[in-house]
Each structure stands twice: as structure tokens, then as C-alpha cells.
Design a protein around this ligand. Structure first.
Ligand code: CDP
Length: 406
């Protein structure tokens, strides 16, 4: 991951109501403490009034691996990570603006999965680095974000970047986010039945924007991110990384054996040398991680376009399904490629030993989990107009506009 400059996302404001002399440039820094890495987003906005959405002029982005949870037993390293990333903010934001520029960190599934006190110790290190920094440190600047907010804020980002949030709001896009620890689905239902059919109240989120209230279907599944799903498939979720224990799966190449780490724990993993291999047995294994846990929304029709990012995008690239920053796929394309990779015993299977498992899991999650049809179209996305597809931008917009998410 390198740095990127956004070209400027315009046309989101009704310019009539914006006297030029009242608009000013402001900066905001959001750190995303994910389960597989920590990232910094430095946003440059042109703001004209508290009631209007700002124009996003630029995003500077950089990331560091692994995530903070890998430093669970050495919290000082977490502080070091944050100090390194804040250097990007110092280089990007003019010195005179530092004390007016808010810095915020939100942690996702990696820290949600840790014992409370251990996560707390990591966050205290972050808070300490923030307090020593020259930036504006708002109240509640360092915390673990709940899964519902993660889904809604990513929905806000993608709809802001695709120009769907400027009034009058007509068409919106849905989002599918596949992290390491958790996965999110969020969309604006067109049918009342979708809201009425939710299993519990926390599948519905409301917030206000331009005097309209939105009611979204959203849910975050902790333990169904791609790395957590690997662990669950291997039967190692919640288990310790014991030296003598080898976790096996028919999704891995028969002769493969290696160490694999997630969330600060290292596991011995291997294929099943005497047992089964290939797509069919792999599908049965990953299906167990999906069925019974994922709710199928009443309506996932063809009229709502879903933007799929994070690991959906990364694995589509690894599998050679798309190249470039965006590409359209159907759910059946994941299935077809999963079959090809899992049923192939050649070298390529061994050079990316987890690709069969990952593609098969993505296929099962989309079809058996959420209930997408094979013909459902997904917009695979890394960036829109040069800005990262992530909840980070939505979180900053919420910080400035207080959308009263509940
Ligand atoms: N700005 C971002 C954030 C995450 N990601 C990708 O998202 C995936 C994992 O997300 P994550 O580590 O935040 O996982 P969770 O903590 O959300 O479960 C990785 O493939 C990252 O490379 C990205 O491409 N760009």
C-alpha cells in the first residue's frame, strides 16, 4: 500500500448556496485499526456551512501491517505504529492547521475479538500518542466501533463518493465489506417487508441527513471475516495456537503445511494428505461457517447495486477475475473460479495455498449466507474517484454532521 492523492470529488454541493468567501479548507485524520492492519486517512475538505455536505478535495492514505491486535502482548508497539502513521498526517496537513485538525481512531473486529482488558491496554497506548501529538484530540477520540456503525458508515462513504447523497436522494447503492474478523452488509430496502422481517431490532439503523430520515438494513457478523472464517473452517476459532496441533482442511493443497498467524496467535495448518480435497468437500466445510449464522434479507433484488470491497476486492484480483480499481462480477464468477482453483492440483494452487478456501468461502457467504442469486451483479471496488472504499470517510462525515445514528 502506498500513498494516494484524490483528484477531488465535486458536484456534491448545491453551489448556489455557497458564497465563496465563506468556504474554507479543513483537514481531518481518521485511523482505522483493523484486524489485519492499521491505516491512516488524511482528508482535505472544502466546507461551506454546517448544514451542507463538504466537498472532499483529497485523501492521503497509508497502511501498516499487522493490526494492533498482533501487539497484544507488547502494547508499546501499538503506540509505535500510531506514531509512524501520524507522520503522514504531519506531512500532509499544514503546520498552522494541526491544532484545528481532529485525530480519531476507531478499532474494528481485531480488538472486538480480544479480551476487554487487553484491548483496553492497546487503546491506552494510542490515546497516549494522540495526547502527545500536536493535533486536536476530541472527546472519545479512541475507541472500538460497533459493527452496526461500521456498516452504516461504509454505506455513507460509498453513497457520498458515488454522488448519491446530494439531494434529492433517489438511487443508493448497497455495500458488502469483508474484513479479517467481521463482515458487513448494508442497504436501503425498497420494501417494507425487509425491515419488518429482521430477526432483531439491531438489524435496522436510522439516521438523519438533509431533513430526511434513513432506515437501513445493516448487520455486522463478528467471526465471519475472511481470516476468522479460515480459522473456523480449520476448527481453530477460539482455540490456541498449540505447537503440536495441526489444523487441517480439505480446502488447502494436500501436501501443504505451514505456520499461519492471525490476531497475535500462530497456528500450524495443513491440507488433508490422506483425505479429501477439491471444491465439493471444501464447500461443505465452509458452509458450516455460514449456515445458521447469517440472516437472509427479504429483498436482495437486481435493482440495488452492491459495492463489494476489502477482501472481496482483494481476492477477486488474486483470482484474476478483475484488474484495475473497479470491476463488475456476478456471484457465479466467484463460484466458477473457486471450482477451477480448488480442483487444480498444479503449482498455482500451492503458490497461493489459501485461495481455494477464500474463494469458496466468499461464494458460500454470498449464496448460502446472504442469499444472493448466482446472477447477482457486484461492483468490486478498491477506490471510487481515488478515495478508499472504507467506513473511514463516513465516520468523518458523521463527526462533522452528527447524523444521529441510532
Ligand atoms: N482502507 C482499507 C481498509 C481495509 N482494506 C482491506 O480490508 C481487509 C481487511 O480489513 P480489516 O483488517 O479492517 O478487518 P476487520 O477488522 O474490519 O475485520 C484487507 O484486505 C485490507 O487490505 C483496504 O483495502 N483498504
Amino acid at each position: 500500500d502506498g500513498c494516494s492523492h484524490a483528484g477531488g470529488v465535486h458536484g456534491l454541493l448545491p453551489s448556489l448556496s455557497r458564497p465563496a468567501n465563506h468556504s474554507r479548507i479543513s483537514y481531518a485524520v481518521m485511523l482505522d485499526a483493523g484486524s489485519t492492519g492499521t491505516r491512516i486517512h488524511v482528508f482535505t475538505f472544502i466546507r461551506s456551512g454546517p448544514d451542507l455536505l463538504p466537498i472532499l478535495d483529497n485523501e492521503m492514505f497509508q497502511s501498516i501491517k499487522p493490526g494492533l491486535s498482533a501487539h497484544v502482548d507488547s502494547p508499546a508497539m501499538a503506540g509505535h505504529t500510531i506514531r509512524m502513521l501520524l507522520k503522514v498526517a504531519k506531512r500532509t496537513v499544514p503546520r498552522v492547521e494541526w491544532k484545528r485538525t481532529p485525530v480519531v481512531l476507531r478499532a474494528t473486529a481485531g480488538l472486538r475479538l480480544l479480551p476487554r482488558l487487553k484491548a483496553q491496554a492497546l487503546l491506552e497506548q494510542v490515546q497516549h500518542v494522540f495526547d502527545e501529538s500536536p493535533f486536536l484530540v476530541p472527546d472519545n477520540s479512541v475507541s472500538i466501533m460497533d459493527g452496526t456503525s461500521e456498516g452504516i458508515l461504509a454505506w455513507i462513504t460509498l453513497n457520498f463518493l458515488t454522488g448519491n447523497l446530494s439531494p434529492p436522494i433517489q438511487q443508493t447503492v448497497g455495500i458488502l465489506d469483508l474484513g479479517g474478523g467481521s463482515t458487513q452488509i448494508t442497504f436501503l430496502p425498497k420494501l417494507r417487508k425487509t425491515i419488518e422481517g429482521v430477526p432483531s431490532a439491531d438489524y435496522v439503523a436510522r439516521f438523519d441527513l438533509f431533513n430526511s430520515s434513513f432506515e437501513l438494513y445493516t448487520h455486522s457478523y463478528l467471526g465471519n471475516g475472511l481470516m476468522a472464517a479460515r480459522l473456523a473452517t480449520l476448527g481453530a476459532l477460539g482455540a490456541e495456537g498449540l505447537d503440536w496441533k495441526v489444523y487441517k482442511s480439505s480446502c488447502l493443497p494436500k501436501k501443504f503445511r505451514d505456520e499461519w498467524s492471525f490476531g497475535g496467535v500462530t497456528y500450524q495448518v495443513s491440507g488433508d494428505p490422506e483425505g479429501l480435497s477439491g471444491y465439493k468437500s471444501c464447500y461443505q466445510e465452509v458452509q458450516k461457517v455460514v449456515t445458521g449464522t447469517i440472516h437472509q434479507p427479504h429483498q436482495l433484488d437486481h435493482t440495488t447495486i452492491f459495492y463489494a470491497f476489502s477482501y472481496y476486492y482483494d481476492r477477486a484480483v488474486d483470482a484474476g477475475l478483475i484488474d484495475g480499481e473497479q470491476g463488475q462480477l456476478e456471484v457465479r464468477d466467484f463460484k466458477k473460479r473457486a471450482k477451477e482453483i480448488c480442483n487444480k492440483t498444479s503449482q498455482s494452487h500451492c503458490s497461493s495455498p489459501f485461495l481455494c478456501l477464500d474463494l469458496t468461502y466468499i461464494t458460500a457467504l454470498l449464496r448460502d449466507g446472504f442469499g444472493f442469486k448466482d446472477s447477482a451483479k457486484l461492483q468490486l471496488t478498491k477506490k471510487v474517484n481515488n478515495v478508499e472504499a472504507s467506513w473511514a470517510l463516513g465516520a468523518i462525515l458523521d463527526h462533522f454532521h452528527n447524523m444521529k445514528i441510532h
